[in-house]
Design a protein around this ligand. Structure first.
Ligand SMILES: Cc1ncc(COP(=O)(O)O)c(C=O)c1O
Length: 410
């Protein structure tokens, strides 16, 4: 059967994620992986999740409710919790602003279906989250990549994209995947102004927002838009949509995320979700709600401590061992450090050597570039290896980069 010929033009256009392909190689336990953007499973709150499951089993009515169909919008106590915890001084959220989704990834898919017409041009950071590019790819989006520096999106580049017709911006203001950088507060205010001046809808992906290791991040775009508009205005006049998830703070396997949006848009997203999967698993929403209510703050405190130490050991090993000419970000949160190799070096063949000679993995950065380029960049995750392994791995990776650099220069 020639299935290729049967695929719809949209399905035919979808490309496999390089990261997912790479993760298959990582099944080899001998490989020290700095590749996956995944949390450390040793830190999952399994005991507490088990206790919640036991309590549910002891209450047959609630247990059956957990296994029953439920409303598309999401489990009401979870929606309440999200609304309460994401309201800002000028944006008072109600449950009608919250849709629970199968992870932030489904929020992206629903928003793309609701807001992106086939072939529409959207603005994305250079580099940006690959999973978002995959979603926008299903709408055959065209991209206006926005330059970035250590303070996130460069405003001149963003304004030029707005002037040239971009009407949707996807951005990760906090500890960006893959770049590790965050948008400064001044620039956040400017993004809000530009969005209003040029009629741009902004998808604010807040997946890593609570994983900060130094000071807390600047106010979210949602909060700043509330200030910009004044109290009580956002539901009618807001254009910042925020996406959240428990994947990075609790457990990604729960597949619980959410979209925060003005009511009218949210109603449309609910219809799209209903058509897609009726609702997010009720059981998982109950687990996510009770974990969030009972232990999230304490648990995130532990994550900050453990990931913060791992971040420190990656940054200090890179400072110590990398050869001159290699640039890297020093993230204040999240999971990623972004390396820029000297021009002329290519991270893909470097990965092949790293796997073969050092049994080390990372993700070459080109895949995170919407319109190509970035061959000399790569992403390192510090979330899953111990501080000692990180020091050892960075030492060996730095030595490999040095050898390759000298070979090219010779
Ligand atoms: C920036 C960003 N947004 C969204 C997601 C998807 O998160 P979820 O597991 O909630 O679907 C990820 C996952 O890596 C991510 O890095």
């Amino acid at each position: 059967m020639n299935w290729e010929a049967k695929f719809s033009s949209d399905a035919g256009a979808i490309k496999a994620s390089e990261i997912r392909e790479l993760l298959k190689v990582l099944a080899d336990p001998g490989i020290m992986s700095f590749a996956g953007g995944i949390p450390d499973p040793a830190l999952f709150p399994m005991l507490q999740a088990g206790r919640i499951a036991e309590n549910l089993a002891a209450e047959p009515d609630r247990d059956c409710q957990a296994m029953q169909y439920s409303q598309t919008e999401g489990y009401p106590p979870l929606r309440h919790w999200i609304a309460e915890h994401h309201s800002t001084p000028c944006v008072t959220l109600g449950t009608e602003n919250i849709l629970v989704t199968n992870g932030a990834q489904q929020s992206l898919m629903l928003l793309a279906s609701a807001l992106i017409n086939g072939g529409q041009t959207i603005a994305v950071a250079e580099p940006t989250y690959l999973g978002a590019l995959q979603v926008f790819g299903t709408r055959r989006a065209r991209y206006m990549p926005i330059e970035t520096d250590r303070d996130g999106l460069v405003m001149e580049s963003l304004e030029s994209a707005c002037k040239n017709g971009a009407r949707l911006l996807y951005t990760i203001p906090d500890y960006q995947n893959p770049g590790g950088f965050s948008l400064s507060e001044d620039r956040r205010r400017r993004v809000v102004e530009l969005a209003h001046r040029y009629d741009v809808t902004v998808l604010e992906d807040a997946a890593y927002r609570s994983l900060y290791y130094d000071a807390p991040p600047p106010p979210s775009l949602l909060e700043l838009e509330g200030e910009y508009l004044g109290p009580g205005q956002w539901d009618d006049r807001g254009r910042i949509i925020q996406l959240g998830t428990v994947s990075k703070t609790l457990m990604p396997g729960l597949r619980v995320g959410w979209t925060i949006a003005p009511r009218i848009l949210l109603e449309r997203l609910v219809l799209l979700k209903q058509a897609s999967d009726l609702h997010t698993a009720t059981y998982n929403q109950i687990l996510a709600h009770e974990l969030a209510r009972d232990i999230l703050d304490r648990h995130v405190g532990t994550l900050r401590q453990v990931y913060g130490q791992r971040r420190d050991s990656m940054v200090s090993a890179l400072q110590q061992y990398l050869p001159d000419g290699v640039d890297f970000t020093e993230p204040e949160g999240g999971m990623f450090v972004w390396l820029t190799l000297p021009t002329g070096m290519d991270a893909k063949p470097l990965l092949e050597k790293a796997l073969a000679e050092e049994k080390l993995a990372f993700v070459p950065g080109a895949a995170f570039h919407a319109n190509g380029g970035g061959e000399n960049t790569l992403r390192l995750s510090f979330a899953t290896c111990s501080a000692e392994d990180i020091t050892d791995g960075m030492k060996r990776l730095s030595a490999l980069i040095r050898r390759e650099y000298l070979a090219i220069a010779a």
